[in-house]
Design a protein around this ligand. Sequence first.
Ligand code: SF4
Ligand code: SF4
Length: 443
Amino acid sequence: MRKMASTFPHGIHPTECKHTAGAATKRLPWPPEVTVLLSQHIGAPAKALVKKGQQVKRGEMVAEAGGFVSVPMHAPITGKVKSVGLTLNPRGDMASAIIIERDADADQEEIVGDAQAIDDLSPEELVQAVQRAGMVGLGGAAFPTHVKLSPPKGKRVDTVVVNGCECEPYLTTDYRVMLEEVTWIVEGARLARRATGADEVVIAIENNKPEALEAIMNAVPNNEPISVRSLTTKYPQGAEKMLSRALLNRDVPSGGLPSDVGVACFNVATLAKMGQLLPKGQGLIERIVTVSGGGVSRPGNYIVPLGTSLRFVLEHAGMTDNTCTIINGGPMMGATMPSLDIPLAKGTSGLLALTKNEIRESNAHIFPCIRCARCVDACPMFLNPSMLGLLARKERYESMGETHNLNDCFECGCCSYVCPSNIPLVHLFRVAKAVNRERSASK
Ligand code: SF4
Ligand code: SF4
């Protein structure tokens, strides 16, 4: 059933720049080697199960989960383990990884996996199967999916929300998944409902994607408790708390989680992968990535083995000398990459090669706050970014957390985007949170 478009209060309308929306997904050539980071998710790193020189097959588990909040890793290509050691990760730190050299003669179409009768699995067995598949949120957050499917003791999830909003500019991965993998999305939604014991599933799509809305509505059977809702196009509509408010009129309490209000939220691409991989008993070894920006001559949506270097991906997309900055993710919440010799991870939804015209230069002049309150009107969490910014510049980080709810800031970047004084508010908040984390750890 389709209802009227609705939304959440505040937010912004950045230029969409979704130039790759019409580009059907294509597979990138096989890279000569992949670097499988052992920590591509929130939680404990995976533990390597292979040694240098060992032959591995595409889809074989090469690292086991390092705890409950952790997932295993699977070989994205068939080949030989070149090394197990340290490499540069997307944060710019050194991190453990397994490097696999591709076997030039191997058939990369063959994938290891044991088909399983998914309908016979209990909810607990389903959750275990999701963890075995190495599933994490593919929208960018990379939170282990099986943890979201297991609400904390004493909390009941009654509604599974499926996020098909893709509100970040440039990114069109989810859009293509909604057009090309719709049956897997519906299968994944069914599995998520069964695993959580939820009463219903609500699939949310912004109203700038009418073809995706139509495709999903046509794929959802009338006799199942799955509904499709059109939401107003606005950033950050795809954030869990915004979806909970817009779809169900439920506000997640300060410091709380969607499960506090009976909601579990999953990205469409995550559910599509669950629907694809679980019946085959296979692990997550590749993903669709939007490669876009004025710095690439062949922008598009590419299927890329995990662990492929950003350099390989961007070179195949025709990166030009006009590129000034590489962003991992979208321009609002993504991170600038310190090097191209970094492997693609499970949470990499987009790679943007942006030119000078497309970025607000970091050396742009910063003016004093003029108390215009544009940031206050934009903040979807009803925070006061102007006041938080003032406290950050005075290094009063503790007070930002204690009396101004800094931890409710999910770094959407709306405040920085609208600020006429170019104050890098979200950057200041990230620094403040990091300092507070360090101080609490040392206490
Ligand atoms: S970055 Fe934080 S403070 Fe700024 S608008 Fe988003 S939630 Fe509000
Ligand atoms: S938008 Fe910028 S200038 Fe305006 S109140 Fe906020 S911080 Fe100050």
